[in-house]
Design a protein around this ligand. Sequence first.
Ligand SMILES: Cc1cc2nc3c(=O)[nH]c(=O)nc-3n(C[C@H](O)[C@H](O)[C@H](O)COP(=O)(O)OP(=O)(O)OC[C@H]3O[C@@H](n4cnc5c(N)ncnc54)[C@H](O)[C@@H]3O)c2cc1C
Length: 313
Amino acid sequence: MVTNDTIGPRGRRSNRRFRERGGVSVYPATFEYFAPTSVDEALDTLERFGDEAKVLAGGQSLIPLMKLRIAAPSALVDIGRIDGLDALEERDGRLEIGALVTHADCEKSDLLRGRYGVLGATAPLVSDPIVRNRGTVCGSVAHADPQGDWGSALLALGAEVVAQGPDGERAIPLEDFCSGPFMTALEPAEIVTSIRTADPGPRAGGTYLKLERKVGDFATVGVAVHVSLDNGTIGRAGIALTGVGPTNVKATAAEDALAGAAPDDDAIAEAARLAAEAAQPLDDVRGSAEYKRNVVRVYTERGLRTAIAAAQS
Ligand SMILES: Cc1cc2nc3c(=O)[nH]c(=O)nc-3n(C[C@H](O)[C@H](O)[C@H](O)COP(=O)(O)OP(=O)(O)OC[C@H]3O[C@@H](n4cnc5c(N)ncnc54)[C@H](O)[C@@H]3O)c2cc1C
C-alpha cells in the first residue's frame, strides 16, 4: 500500500506556506493505491471499497480531477499491470479495443484505416502527444465527458462496452452507456475490459472532423461519420456529435434518413440538416449556439462526402 501523505520536505514546506496564507494546496486527498495483476484481484478491491474506489487507467482525466479535489476516492485501483488488456485486434469482423489501449496505439495502428476510418481519424485529434501516450480509449468512454472525442467516433461506428463485475461479464450498447455528463451505466465494482465495435461490413468508410480553438484543445464541435455501403446504396450510416449536448449526441434522424438512400447530394444535405437539428449546443467561450449548430451542418456534409468516397474506393 502506498499513500500520498509521504511528500518530501519541500512539499511539506510549501503546504505550510499555503496554510499560513489562508489558502489550500492542490495535492490530492490521501488515498490507498492498489496495483492488481489480474481482473479478479482488481474486482475484489473494487468490491471492498464500493463507490469509494476508482479505477485508474491512463490517469489523464482522473489525476487532474484529484489534484483539484473534485474527485477524492479513498482507493485507486491501477489496472496498468494486468496482462491481456492491451489488445487492439479484429475478431470475427469486429474490432476489440482492450482497456489499456491508448490513444497513441490507435494513432499508429494500420487496422484503424479503411473500414474503421472514423476511429483512425479521431486518434490524432485527441489532445496532445503526452495525453495520447498515456490516456486510454476505454478510460475516455468510462469518463463520459460530453466533449470526449471517442464517444462520438464509437457511437457513429456502432459499439458496445464490455464490463466485468462480481456477477460476470456484460455488454452494454454504447448508446445506453452514458446517461448524462460524466454519468454511465457502470456499477462501482465493474471494470470496462474492452470496447467492441459493430462489424462495418466490407465496403465502409468514415471520418472525424473536429473544430478546436487551438491544437490539443477539447472540441468546440466534433462530428463523427461512418457509412457502410450495400450494393451501392447506403446500408447503414452513423453520425454522432461532440461538444453540443450533455453527452455525445447520436443524430438518429439523420442516420435513419440515410439508410437505404442513394449516396447523392440531396441525401447528404438532408442528413446534414437533420444532424444540425439534433445538436443541443449552448453559448459559451468556444462560440455561440447558432455558430456551433452551423458547424455541425457543414461538418456533417463534409464528413459524409469523405466517408462515402472512402467506402466506394
Ligand atoms: C490536457 C488534456 C487535454 C485533453 N484533451 C482531450 C481531447 O481533446 N479530447 C478527448 O477526448 N479527451 C481529452 N482529454 C482526456 C483524455 O483523453 C483522457 O485520456 C481520457 O479521458 C481518460 O482516459 P484515461 O485512461 O486517462 O482514464 P483515467 O484518467 O485513468 O480515468 C478516467 C475515468 O474513467 C474511469 N476508468 C478508466 N478506465 C476504466 C476502466 N477500464 N473501467 C472502468 N472505469 C475506468 C476512472 O475510474 C475515471 O473515473 C484530455 C486530457 C488532458 C489532461
